[in-house]
Design a protein around this ligand. Sequence first.
Ligand code: CTP
Length: 404
Amino acid sequence: MGERDDQKTVLVCVTGCIAAYKSCEIVRLLQKQGIRVKVLMTEHATQFVGPTTFRALTHEKVAIDLFDDPTDPIHHISLAQEPDLVLVAPATANVIAKMAHGIADDLMSTTLLATEKPVLVAPAMNAGMWRAEATRENVETLRRRGVTIVGPGSGYLACGDVDTGRLADPEDIVAATLAALEPDTTLANMSVLITAGPTFEPIDPVRFIGNRSSGKMGAALAETALKLGARSVTLVLGPSSVEVPVGVQVQRVETAADMLEATEREGATADIIVCAAAVADYRPRSVADCKIKKAAGGLDAIELVETTDILGTISNKKGERTVIGFAAETNDLLDHAQAKLSSKGCDAIVANDVTRDDSGFGTDTNKAWWVTANGTEELPTLSKAELAREIWRRAAQIHGCSQD
Ligand code: CTP
């Protein structure tokens, strides 16, 4: 098969991990996209998959040892320079630590230190190792230096646990590789802030007023913003167990008042703010110091006062910033969304009907309408990640026009 001039080359680095067998599938999927693949393995990786397998798949010599190519005395430099992108999949905690600390003691680590090409890392390890502070800090360091981290996912692990640490799906790794070969720069140089999750408004030390928001849409917006090249991504997150993507600066808050304070403080220099939080509309006028006793009738009536409208407050003094809100409705969706757009003064509203099975709290998809002063656009039912991409594209466009 002759090589095309524009053919891209990816160097796949395989480390010693049970998931190493999945690298074979990754190699095949990349090849199906017309990409030339070269494979570099650690010594340990060869205990899990034989180099012959990769040699047969790629029709290329598999690199393992610093001194295994007598024709090329500086093998790590040619390996570092030749590809368009380097993909480490699976990446053990060990190789991540070496990359973070600049350790170069074998062919893979020297190549990774020498390369100036985009690097993608797909971690796979035991959940405890993934959560270890050392790993978190190392991953954070890599992310800060521009390395793209794909996964890990959650599910069945080799150790028998069902937890986080599993290699991301080969399809997702390949999709991220393709995206990195042609990066989407929709949010390049922009700083964005997202409010997400519910707020809890305390009644007494044990009770609160809250709602069913999962925070998933906000987390998807944050993760997608990183992928679209945002310079900084801040998530102001109410009480929610949603997983926060590595690289996102998270500000945990409890009440609407905390969320307003954090949004005003952290969002002062943002380019785009998306208010996706399901903020409690009311809070008790006063919070009891001790648990209120039923017997005393203390819960028969609770006096409520409205919380501050965060979206409205920010939009009121938005200056150069672009501000996007959501509308969660059960009826007359578009009328309510139009009314919110003008009453809150934001640039656009993402309207969704929370009574639908494919939309709203806790679902993985959303059916939405994009509502601006120029009209309404119906979007198809999308995953939250896809909807996030559509929102950022449109928000960036509004932002770009307002800066002209
Ligand atoms: N919002 C906010 N602060 C509040 C209430 C809402 O920032 N105190 C924001 C939400 O994050 C969302 C938008 O306002 O972006 C609309 O929220 P929604 O709950 O749909 O509407 P409300 O403004 O609360 O009005 P209503 O409950 O009457 O529909």
